[in-house]
Each structure stands twice: as structure tokens, then as C-alpha cells.
Design a protein around this ligand. Structure first.
Ligand code: HPA
Length: 271
């Protein structure tokens, strides 16, 4: 990754009308319907953006959208790149750098995750308060990182306290259950064994998924205030573990999605 590549990607998108977005949004698996909230969307497929990671088969639907939500200019990633597809850490976080260069001042992330905390139910939402990076690497571990910012990035408060507090307030006002907790990121794509779910609980995780953490680390690198909400799609009880059903995970995410849309839309309207 070079600065020149980043400039080329950004120039391409500006030319397509992606004009000074204020907010960036990343939509997780099964959580694509937020795009219906965008007024007059401009849509660019990832594979057409210069220097975006090259798509895998599964990834043909990946799009970057631009428009307005609640009167604010937004840029939305419908679909993200995952480590389990074989990408490098710098690839999967490249779009975050592009959105920042386009002008975003806030980043709102979503993901589908398994519930490790057994007080949480599938279909519930969890505000990510902190995380465990169990992906065995970092999106900041590259040679020319200092061209992009500092190397030793502070992680004492990864998630923006002000936006988190607002989301809790909005959830209470709207009668939406919003748990809080620690998100553990693993590589995947295989789901966890019973022993691994047990371990994750012991380590202090409330939810587990295969994304988000690299994006948050890069947001911190860019001094970009970030929040993340997990849609809990399955209950990871090591003593009663059912075989995973990806179709069901996506269905649960889709069903819970209107709550996520409502929280984020209200948060944006208040910015
Ligand atoms: N583990 C990892 N990732 C996930 C899970 C899970 O149980 N559910 C949804 N994404």
C-alpha cells in the first residue's frame, strides 16, 4: 500500500460524485438493508475502484454507496473484506483509509457475531465496548506505516465514548435491548469448537466474530472516532452446542437488522 494508490482510489471516487462524506458505515454479513435508507445513492462496485482488493467469488456483491441519511452525507460499505478470504490485514482495512481520505469524521461499524455471554440471546444487539485481537496480526504491521501515521497506536479507549453513550441513550428511548461487551476477533472461516468457545468466555469475550477489529485499529491510526454494534446471531454454549447453520445466522441477522438501522440512523440524525 502506498500513498499514491490511496490518492488514486480517492480521486476516482470523487470523480464518481463521492463528495465530502461526513460519516462512514460498514455493514456486516446479512446486514445490507441499511442501504435502503440512503437517499439518491451513487453506487460503485468494489472491483471497479482502483487499488481496492481484488474480489473473491463470494464477494461480487461488494459495493460502496454514497448519499444522504438523515440529512448527512454518508459513504457505506455494503460488504467487507475478511481475512478468511485470503486477504492481508492491509487489504481488508484499505477501504477505511479511503473513506477517511474522502473526508469522513465518524465511522459506524456493524457485524454478525456469536454470543459467548450466555445471558445474551440471538437476535439481540451488543455495543462493542472493547475487543480482543485474536487474529494473530495487525493492520499496522507493515514497513512504511509511518507514512500513514504513528506506529504505536494507543488502544486504551478504542471505541468513542461519546457515541457509545448516545447509542445507549437512543436504545433506551426506542425500547431496544443493547447489551455491552467485549468482541473477540478470530480469523475463521471455520466456526469455533466447544473448547474454543469455552476459552473465549474465560478470556473475557462476550461475542466472537471474524471482522471489525482490524478496521477499528486502523480507525484509531487515523484518529477517526469509531463505534461498533454486533448483531448476535447464534448462542455459543459449549455445553449445548448445535451444529452451525450459516443460513440461520444470516436469517437472524436480517431479522435483527431494523433495530441496528434505527439506532444508527438516529445517531446520524443527531450529529
Ligand atoms: N463465531 C465466529 N463468528 C461468528 C459466529 C460465531 O459463532 N457467529 C457469527 N459470526
Amino acid at each position: 500500500m502506498t500513498k499514491k494508490q490511496l490518492e488514486t482510489s480517492v480521486a476516482f471516487l470523487k470523480e464518481k460524485g463521492f463528495d465530502a462524506p461526513e460519516v462512514g458505515i460498514v455493514l456486516g454479513s446479512g446486514l445490507g438493508r441499511m442501504v435502503e435508507e440512503i437517499e439518491d445513492p451513487k453506487i460503485v462496485h468494489y472491483h471497479n475502484i482502483p487499488f481496492f482488493p481484488l474480489a473473491t467469488v463470494e464477494f461480487h456483491s461488494g459495493k460502496l454507496l454514497y448519499g444522504q441519511i438523515a440529512g448527512k452525507k454518508v459513504v457505506v460499505m455494503q460488504g467487507r473484506f475478511h481475512l478468511y478470504e485470503g486477504y492481508a490485514f492491509t487489504d481488508i482495512t484499505y477501504p477505511i483509509r479511503v473513506m477517511r481520505e474522502l473526508g469522513i469524521r465518524k465511522l459506524l461499524i456493524s457485524n454478525a457475531a456469536g454470543a459467548i455471554n450466555l445471558d445474551y440471546r440471538k437476535g439481540d444487539l451488543m455495543l462493542v465496548e472493547d475487543h480482543l485481537n485474536l487474529q494473530g496480526g495487525s493492520p499496522l504491521a507493515f514497513k512504511n506505516v509511518s507514512d500513514f501515521g504513528e506506529r504505536f497506536v494507543d488502544m486504551s479507549q478504542p471505541y468513542d465514548a461519546e457515541m457509545c453513550a448516545r447509542l445507549e441513550g437512543i436504545a433506551a428511548e426506542q425500547g431496544i435491548t443493547l447489551h455491552k461487551g467485549v468482541y473477540a476477533a478470530v480469523v475463521g472461516p471455520q466456526l469455533e469448537t466447544r473448547a474454543e468457545y469455552r476459552m473465549l468466555g474465560t478470556l473475557g469475550a462476550d461475542a466472537v466474530g471474524m471482522s471489525t477489529v482490524p478496521e477499528v485499529i486502523v480507525a484509531k491510526h487515523l484518529n477517526l472516532p469509531v463505534v461498533a454494534i454486533s448483531v448476535l446471531t447464534d448462542e455459543c454454549n459449549p455445553d449445548h452446542l448445535e451444529p452451525v447453520n450459516v443460513a440461520e445466522i444470516l436469517a437472524v441477522a436480517g431479522k435483527a437488522e431494523p433495530k441496528l438501522v434505527s439506532l444508527y440512523k438516529t445517531l446520524i440524525s443527531e450529529m
